[in-house]
Ligand binder design. Structure first.
Ligand code: NAG
Ligand code: NAG
Ligand code: NAG
Ligand code: NAG
Ligand code: NAG
Ligand code: NAG
Length: 266
């Protein structure tokens, strides 16, 4: 009886291993690269070595493709995709979704354009390094970037991204490199929970707040005012980040100024 149970378990286990490794796992990654090749325009033919038409192809054949590294050289399971400086055109390739074990994606120095998928976290959930620098990507940075939990390196430098950096990005606890320099981004830089990044990572943007200069926007009329009392003068202004700036000035001394920032209820 006991032997039978063990035998049954062994059977189930080997069936699971076989089905996940040789059928679904590899198939999915092959499909991923096949779709990727379709979705990227490759005017310089760097991806010509990506040939899928060989029916008798050996296990691990995609691992020899230009720019592809596998977890194991004899297994069609992609760990790194690194297609740098190839003049590639097109949008962020949705086919990546089928490379389910991908940990590094480097598409830097190409001519890729368009906005990132709103649900980018579903395409590259396990990626540790994402480098899309020096392309022509545009549009908003999606808040779901903050859900790619294992990200260590996020390099979006030198693109056309606009709007704000979603605060969720500041929540990425493992980030060691973060760069959004040379993008028409604007608004307040989010607070990063675990790390401070130097001003050079935010250079040539319309961003404000640490490590760049403070976000003191043009005051809105509704809440701006000067109240002159007997003992002090109070200046109030709405800041663009939703805080109320209150400055109290005491007439006894020109140098006696009390400044406070209050968070406004919305
Ligand atoms: C097809 O794959 C087999 C086995 O890997 C290899 O020997 C052969 O050269 C390949 N043929 C082509 C046209 O790539
Ligand atoms: C993936 O690429 C990185 C370099 O970006 C390298 O350090 C790492 O060893 C690569 N992984 C494999 C399995 O080749
Ligand atoms: C992933 O592969 C499946 C078939 O294996 C395909 O139907 C699906 O469209 C692919 N997904 C993407 C995002 O390309
Ligand atoms: C970008 O985000 C802003 C708000 O932050 C929104 O008003 C705008 O419609 C968004 N643009 C796109 C293209 O999603
Ligand atoms: C991130 O993932 C969590 C849990 O899956 C989800 O509740 C949340 O909406 C996601 N955040 C974004 C910005 O998609
Ligand atoms: C708004 O900006 C001011 C000046 O930079 C800063 O002191 C304050 O903490 C900010 N408020 C919020 C809620 O970030």
């Amino acid at each position: 009886m006991r032997n039978r149970v063990v035998l049954f378990l062994l059977h189930t286990l080997s069936w699971l291993l076989l089905s996940s490794d040789t059928c679904h796992g590899g198939e999915s990654d092959i499909r991923c690269l096949e779709t990727l090749k379709h979705q990227l325009q490759d005017p310089n033919n760097y991806l010509d070595s990506w040939a899928f038409d060989n029916e008798t192809a050996a296990e691990g054949f995609i691992c020899k493709f230009n720019g592809i590294e596998c977890w194991h050289p004899e297994e069609n399971k992609v760990i790194n995709i690194s297609l740098i400086n190839m003049g590639l055109q097109g949008q962020f390739p949705s086919g990546l979704k089928n490379c389910t074990s991908l940990t590094e994606l480097d598409l830097s120095n190409n001519d890729l354009s368009g906005s990132l998928p709103v649900n980018i976290d579903e395409f590259i959930p396990l990626v540790v390094k994402l480098d899309l620098s020096s392309n022509k990507f545009s549009g908003n940075l999606t808040a779901t970037l903050g859900n790619i939990t294992y990200l260590n390196v996020l390099n979006l430098q030198h693109n056309q991204f606009n709007g704000q950096i979603p605060w969720q990005v500041g929540r990425l606890g493992r980030l060691t490199t973060f760069n959004v320099a040379d993008n028409p981004l604007s608004g307040q830089i989010p607070t990063f929970t675990n790390k401070r990044f130097g001003a050079e990572n935010f250079a040539n943007t319309g961003l404000c707040g640490k490590p760049l200069k403070d976000c003191v926007g043009p005051p809105k009329k509704s809440h701006t005012g000067v109240i002159i009392g007997r003992t002090r003068t109070v200046y109030k202004a709405d800041l663009s980040n939703g805080s109320l700036l209150v400055i109290k000035r005491f007439p006894e001394s020109h140098h006696s100024v009390d400044t406070s920032y209050l968070r406004l209820p919305h």
